[in-house]
Structure formats: structure tokens, C-alpha cells
Design a protein around this ligand. Structure first.
Ligand code: FAD
Length: 295
């Protein structure tokens, strides 16, 4: 008997949505529309990224504060160690606490130029684990950290990357959010290795719906993710067909999420690129429906 493709999934999932801080009024409006559209799904939290070298410090802060105040969604601020002393970083964290932010995604960050090695500020935090410890000194934040199913490019080997993840959890983080990946088995293998390393904190898969494979490939090499070759074939000939690319992207991401769900995953983090529709459709296909009072 034929299995239904997606029917009957109960929507018993938790999700979070990641945004980047808008650069203009027009982008801010688009971001706000996306937040409003995703809000009825009752996400656990949304998060807002932090630009290289603290370049978005104000915009990240304002976006997070607005989401908490006006949308009433718990929001997490990303924070990095780049180009700031410990005192400066702690001051930023104190401002967040005062604005009602209780959740930080703590990251090392990267050097300004792509591919250049990270250089810690002489008086700054030198790694995400170091930052997690510093944030816990400021206040009792909930802290999430980055995790790499395909190993961070700066790591000597997969095991040392796992040791580093364990240091971040031991320093006070309670959740890993993964870099994007395109194979459910990659994630399941990673989950097993995390368990074997004695890490009990949950690892939440980061889902990136890719609509432009060339762009994603440029970016992936620097950040510990592999774009499989079969994806090139799927996007071949679609350069001038943006609508078809959207459909392909949604199908791939939904299928990945369905396999993760079938393997027991109930928690998803979506890299939304400030657009609601793909993330909304995928959550819908997993059975998620708007929560009454929020819609
Ligand atoms: P760390 O955990 O400090 O690790 C960096 C590397 O150093 C790893 O290879 C690790 O194994 C190694 N390492 C660390 N300490 C040691 C040690 N003592 N001994 C040996 N090896 C060590 N970037 C931004 O700029 N802004 C953002 O908002 C942002 N958000 C992100 C969100 C998610 C979910 C993810 C997955 C990444 C995000 N990034 C962001 C990217 C991130 O800043 C980069 O991937 C960066 O290169 C590493 O940051 P990290 O926090 O993983 O660093």
C-alpha cells in the first residue's frame, strides 16, 4: 500500500527562526513582516545574528528589543568575541539583560576578511567557550552555542572540535545549534558522536533552504559545511527561473526535515534569511498549525 507523502504528522515540534539585522528601512519592514507571519507558529524563540566586528551591534540590539517588546516572542541575541575587549563585550551583555534579553547565542566569530585566521582582541575573549564563561559572570543567561556536524575548518580533527563543543557546554551553554548540512545521516552520526563524547545538551539541527547553490557553495567552505555535488545538478538550468528555484529549495529542505523527524528530531532551527514563506511551509508540512490566540 502506498505511504502518504506527508500526511498525518502531528506538528509536535519546537522551532526557532534566525534573522539577520536589517540594513535599511525597507529591509526592516520585510523582516517585520516575516516575524509577524511566523509568530502564530509559536516558536520557542527567534534569534538575530551579529555582524562581523560588531558592525551590527546597534541594529542587532534594536531588532531583538523590538521583537521582544512588540511581537512578544522570546528573542536571543547572537554575540561574538571579534574586535572587542572583555569589558566592552560584558557591557553589551549588560545592556541586553537590561532590555529583557535572557538568551544569548555565544560565538567566537571570524576575522574581517573571509578565510583569514581569527585573531583575538588583546583584551578580548579568545573563543566561544571563553565568552560563555564571561557571559555567565554578567548574568544567568540561557546560552546556545554553534555546533559543526561536518567539523569546523579551524579544528585539528573531528574529536578536538567535539572537545571544544564540550568545553562550551561545560562552561554553561545548554544547547548546540548546528551549522547547516544536507544529509540526515550526517546529523544522526553527529548526534551519536556528541553522546559518545559525554555531551548531554541537545543539538538542534540548523536548516538552510538553499535557493542559490553557487552562493551557498562559496559560503560553505569557510564555515564547516559541505554542499553535496548532486545539488548542482538539481539547480542546473534554473538560473533564470527564481520561482522554480524556490520550489526546489522548499522540497529539499522539507524532505530533509521529514527524514530528521522520522529519526526522532523534534527541534528545528531555521536560517530564514529574513523570509517567512519557506520556513512556514516546512513547519506546516510537519503538521504545525497556527496557535489560536497568536494568529
Ligand atoms: P569556537 O567554538 O570558539 O571554535 C572555533 C574553532 O576553534 C573550532 O574549530 C574549535 O574546535 C577551535 N577551538 C576553540 N578553542 C580551542 C582550543 N582551546 N583548542 C583547540 N581548538 C580550539 N558568526 C558571526 O559573526 N555572527 C553570528 O551571528 C553567527 N551566528 C552563527 C550561528 C550559528 C548557529 C552557527 C553555527 C555559526 C554562527 N556564526 C556567526 C559563525 C561562527 O562565528 C564561525 O563559525 C566561527 O568561525 C566559529 O565560531 P564558534 O563559536 O564555533 O567558535
Amino acid at each position: 500500500e502506498e505511504q502518504p507523502l506527508f500526511a498525518g504528522l502531528p506538528g509536535d515540534i519546537a522551532m526557532s527562526f534566525e534573522f539577520f539585522p536589517p540594513k535599511s528601512e525597507k529591509m526592516a519592514e520585510k523582516l517585520w513582516d516575516a516575524v509577524q507571519e511566523l509568530r502564530p507558529l509559536a516558536p520557542e524563540f527567534v534569534s538575530v545574528t551579529y555582524g562581523a566586528g560588531g558592525s551590527t551591534r546597534e541594529r542587532t540590539h534594536n531588532t531583538v528589543a523590538r521583537i521582544i517588546a512588540e511581537a512578544g516572542i522570546p528573542a536571543a541575541a547572537h554575540l561574538t568575541c571579534v574586535d572587542a575587549s572583555k569589558a566592552e563585550t560584558q557591557a553589551v551583555a549588560e545592556q541586553y539583560w537590561e532590555a529583557g534579553v535572557r538568551h544569548i547565542v555565544a560565538l567566537r566569530g571570524d576575522a574581517g576578511e573571509p578565510g583569514a585566521p581569527f585573531k583575538p582582541h588583546p583584551e578580548g575573549y579568545d573563543s566561544a567557550a571563553d565568552l560563555v564563561r564571561g557571559l555567565k559572570e554578567v548574568a544567568d543567561f540561557e546560552i546556545s552555542v554553534a555546533a559543526y556536524p561536518e567539523t569546523h575548518p579551524d579544528a585539528d580533527c573531528p574529536q578536538s572540535d567535539l572537545d571544544n563543543l564540550k568545553r562550551k557546554i561545560d562552561a554553561g551553554a545548554t544547547r548546540g545549534i548546528t551549522q547547516f548540512f544536507f544529509s540526515a545521516d550526517t546529523f544522526f552520526d553527529f548526534q551519536n558522536r556528541v553522546k559518545d563524547a559525554g555531551i548531554e545538551a541537545p543539538m538542534v539541527p540548523g536548516i538552510l533552504p538553499v535557493t542559490n547553490v553557487a552562493q551557498a557553495r562559496k559560503f560553505a567552505g569557510q564555515c564547516g559545511a559541505v554542499i553535496p555535488e548532486w545539488m548542482d545538478g538539481l539547480f542546473e538550468g534554473l538560473d533564470e527561473r527564481p520561482a522554480a528555484r524556490q520550489l526546489v529549495a522548499a522540497t529539499l529542505a522539507a524532505e530533509l526535515c521529514r527524514r530528521l523527524y522520522a529519526g526522532g528530531v523534534r527541534d528545528f532551527h531555521f536560517y530564514t534569511l529574513n523570509r517567512a514563506d519557506l520556513a512556514y511551509a516546512i513547519c506546516h508540512m510537519l503538521g504545525r498549525r497556527p496557535v489560536g490566540e497568536l494568529s
